[in-house]
Design a binder for this molecule. Sequence first.
Ligand SMILES: *[C@@H]1O[C@H](CO)[C@@H](O)[C@H](O)[C@H]1NC(C)=O
Ligand SMILES: *[C@@H]1O[C@H](CO)[C@@H](O)[C@H](O)[C@H]1NC(C)=O
Ligand SMILES: *[C@@H]1O[C@H](CO)[C@@H](O)[C@H](O)[C@H]1NC(C)=O
Ligand SMILES: *[C@@H]1O[C@H](CO)[C@@H](O)[C@H](O)[C@H]1NC(C)=O
Ligand SMILES: *[C@@H]1O[C@H](CO)[C@@H](O)[C@H](O)[C@H]1NC(C)=O
Ligand SMILES: *[C@@H]1O[C@H](CO)[C@@H](O)[C@H](O)[C@H]1NC(C)=O
Ligand SMILES: *[C@@H]1O[C@H](CO)[C@@H](O)[C@H](O)[C@H]1NC(C)=O
Ligand SMILES: *[C@@H]1O[C@H](CO)[C@@H](O)[C@H](O)[C@H]1NC(C)=O
Length: 296
Amino acid sequence: MCHRLVLFCLCCWSLTGVFGDSVSVMEGDSVTLNTDRTEIREQDDITWTFGAENSIIAKIKKKKQTFNTSDVPDGRFRDRLKLDNQTGSLTITNITTEHDGVYKLEISGADLTTKIFNISVYARLSVPVIRSNSSQCSSSSSSNCSLVCSAVNVSHVTLSWYKGNSLLSSISVSDLSISLSLPLEVEYQDKNTYSCVLNNPISNQTQHLDITHLCHTCAVSLIALISAAAAVGSLLIVAAVGIFCICRKCRKIDEEVETCEVEITYAETTFYKRNAQKWKVKEESHVEYAPIAFRR
Ligand SMILES: *[C@@H]1O[C@H](CO)[C@@H](O)[C@H](O)[C@H]1NC(C)=O
Ligand SMILES: *[C@@H]1O[C@H](CO)[C@@H](O)[C@H](O)[C@H]1NC(C)=O
Ligand SMILES: *[C@@H]1O[C@H](CO)[C@@H](O)[C@H](O)[C@H]1NC(C)=O
Ligand SMILES: *[C@@H]1O[C@H](CO)[C@@H](O)[C@H](O)[C@H]1NC(C)=O
Ligand SMILES: *[C@@H]1O[C@H](CO)[C@@H](O)[C@H](O)[C@H]1NC(C)=O
Ligand SMILES: *[C@@H]1O[C@H](CO)[C@@H](O)[C@H](O)[C@H]1NC(C)=O
Ligand SMILES: *[C@@H]1O[C@H](CO)[C@@H](O)[C@H](O)[C@H]1NC(C)=O
Ligand SMILES: *[C@@H]1O[C@H](CO)[C@@H](O)[C@H](O)[C@H]1NC(C)=O
């Protein structure tokens, strides 16, 4: 008797630990909780319960040939439980975080067997988003580009910046579902590979940083600056930003209408040494330009 008890405890300890079998699954997956029997014995009664209230979610009475699943009062297991009438194993399909928790198996027959399963359900992760956090380009005395990586509505995750394979910084969140963001400063000329990784205990998603792309968004604000300046007719600023070559090609369609293409070419700023870029803007697109600059 004592010998059997010790054996039982040892089994529990080695197989399931004090807290039972830990099962980690991804939202949307199916998980099967095994009885570890190949066949239900004739005299077996099998009961599956969920949660602290030990709500019965499945019951098998082999002798009576009854195989029943039942939902908890809040209906979270609706159409999600499948009972294997051969082994008594229970499958939960399309699992969600609501099904996170402790499941108990009790087999009473010749002897009593209990087994505990602790299911942790993790959300599917989306790829984190990297954006520029440089407010203005005009403060261009710095050769650095400010970036921020973020993940919205996450829980039980860590968000990290990696330079190659080495961890630069990270931030974690446990229970609450919140939005996370993590800043990074890089030099415009930096040739290292940077990546932002979002991970939970069972999966991860990576976004690679494209410095040339993200750290050149300043170009847009320069264009905006020029448009704004043009709108108030201030030619001084346009003259000051002398790096621009503005060419206009106009084509008369008839006496009244002419279509124009404005090409703005810029190069040789400290930020854009490597790339000269061209922007083509149709005049129909409500962008205002300085009338004098375009006079023929
Ligand atoms: C279930 O597992 C989770 C994560 O492994 C742990 O935090 C929690 O305490 C466990 N709960 C029980 C009742 O064992
Ligand atoms: C259990 O399942 C049996 C058939 O396997 C059915 O006849 C019986 O009504 C069910 N009982 C409950 C409480 O659902
Ligand atoms: C198990 O269920 C299947 C169909 O649901 C049935 O054909 C089979 O006879 C059942 N087996 C037992 C042992 O009840
Ligand atoms: C899985 O569950 C979610 C949320 O309850 C539901 O929106 C989705 O349609 C389900 N998917 C399948 C394949 O049943
Ligand atoms: C955040 O998650 C909750 C549930 O986890 C959901 O109801 C809500 O719509 C989500 N919000 C966003 C912005 O995705
Ligand atoms: C982004 O920049 C603004 C000011 O430019 C700063 O207040 C904010 O904290 C930055 N965000 C992050 C996530 O670093
Ligand atoms: C620029 O970024 C580097 C790290 O990439 C940092 O060491 C340096 O202090 C930053 N300089 C400024 C002016 O923010
Ligand atoms: C992301 O997951 C893959 C396996 O899917 C693993 O090989 C890799 O090491 C993980 N990366 C991080 C940073 O956790």
